[in-house]
Write a protein that binds this ligand. Structure first.
Ligand code: ZN
Ligand code: ZN
Length: 417
């Protein structure tokens, strides 16, 4: 059916229609179940925050903050931004509500919409959905593994195959200093040939040049963070690897993986899937031991990740998704319709999904609708049934029809067996 209306959803946003939303629910239900099995607590946060939150935490030099944020001014002239990622809001909430108690872990998860002004393409939207988890208060590599494992549990439960894990360590501020010095030395002579972004990054955040797809070929042989790790960072990374091994989680060490955000320290990781083509990243995360202090809190280690649900949907195996209602009512006259409506009300109380025609249409039309709704059962009531105090209960899968007393509890008993 086409419409004459010129209204369309905004480019880069998406509408999720009834059958598609059954698939989304499947994913969201698995995310909630798995996160709760790991004892992550759900948090929800606003759609927009003060822009400064992202400038400070995500980082002034990142693509997200420089190019991709939707910002606008409120009536008082303060700059607000639609949230482009979850971690800054999680950290803000952690600080704002005084979650910090020394030695106590906070384990959060979220399912939220994010917004970035990127060029829309397959699997990339300007409004997109992510789930994520953050553990605040643990410096242990075991926590990083737990996070990775929770994501793989979700992929597995959803029967999503072929997700690969890339890992790296980008060190701590202490060991990074030496690395950055070496890297800048290596890049100095090449700077004129690098892309505009990288020339800027050279001063602001040179490590990110390793990530540049455009300049990949020009920086072959560049020093990488893992060559400069201090003893503490090296041991942390080894423990991360060993524990991944212990859980039989396969990984690739990707020594140029640095992730696009300023706040990462030590462990970084990403989930990729070759079936997604050039936008092959499903999600990723890492450790951000310095961020909470940097945002004005106590010195608190933390680690987290996020996964793009829109990308995941592209990998989710097809199942036959159907509209479905447990019981559909078909009646022959108005009084039966009233009686039947009462029965449906009781069945809903018992947890059955029920529906009926509200427009007094013909019996034939009512049956057609029962079919369209894939009703498992149809309750049929006419004058004859009313006089005898029964209903006809039709099992649509088996095609069998039975007479049942016109009492909700008797009908429920029949539906449950
Ligand atoms: Zn270090
Ligand atoms: Zn570049």
């Amino acid at each position: 059916m086409s419409s004459k209306s010129n209204f369309k959803n905004v480019k880069g946003t998406r509408d999720i229609l009834p059958l598609e939303s059954i698939r989304w629910q499947r994913v969201e239900n698995v995310v909630r179940k798995k996160m709760e099995q790991y004892n992550f607590q759900e948090i929800r946060f606003p759609t927009f925050e003060y822009t400064d939150l992202f400038r400070k935490s995500t980082g002034e030099s990142t693509d997200i903050v420089r190019k991709e944020m939707f910002t606008f001014a409120d009536m008082g002239g303060r700059s607000l931004a639609l949230k482009p990622e979850g971690t800054p809001s999680v950290v803000r909430m952690f600080l704002q509500y005084g979650f910090f108690t020394k030695g106590i872990l906070q384990k959060f998860y979220y399912i939220e919409r994010m917004f970035r002004q990127e060029r829309p393409q397959k699997g990339r939207y300007r409004e997109f959905r992510q789930f994520g988890a953050e553990v605040i208060g643990s410096s242990s590599a075991e926590t990083d593994v737990e996070l990775v494992k929770s994501a793989f549990d979700i992929f597995n439960e959803l029967d999503i195959k072929g997700v690969e894990l890339n890992i790296n360590s980008i060190g701590c501020p202490k060991c990074r200093k030496n690395f950055i010095k070496e890297l800048k030395g290596f890049l100095k002579g090449k700077l004129v040939s690098l892309c505009e972004d990288c020339r800027r990054r050279y001063d602001e955040n040179p490590m990110r040049i390793l990530d540049c797809k455009e300049d990949k070929g020009k920086i072959k042989g560049a020093p990488v963070p893992s060559d400069f790790l201090c003893d503490d960072c090296r041991a942390h990374f080894e423990e991360f690897e060993n524990r991944l091994d212990f859980f039989n989680i396969k990984f690739n060490i990707e020594n140029r993986l640095v992730r696009g955000l300023d706040y990462y320290t030590k462990t970084v990781f990403e989930f990729v899937n070759a079936n997604l083509g050039s936008q092959n990243e499903v999600g990723g995360g890492g450790r951000y031991d310095e961020l909470i202090k940097f945002m004005g809190g106590e010195d608190t280690p933390a680690s987290g990740y996020a996964v793009g649900i829109d990308r995941l949907m592209l990998l989710l195996p097809e199942k036959e998704e159907k509209l479905g209602v447990d019981v559909y009512l078909v009646t022959f006259d108005e009084e039966s319709d009233l009686e039947g409506g009462k029965i449906l009300a009781s069945l809903r109380q018992e947890g059955f999904s029920c529906d009926k025609d509200p427009m007094k249409r013909s019996v034939k039309a009512q049956f057609r609708e029962a079919d369209r709704q894939n009703a498992k059962w149809v309750i049929i009531i006419g004058e004859n049934e009313r006089k005898r105090g029964i209903v006809q209960l039709k099992n649509m899968n088996k095609g069998e029809q039975k007479e049942i007393p016109m009492e909700a509890d008797k009908i429920v008993k029949e539906l449950k067996c």
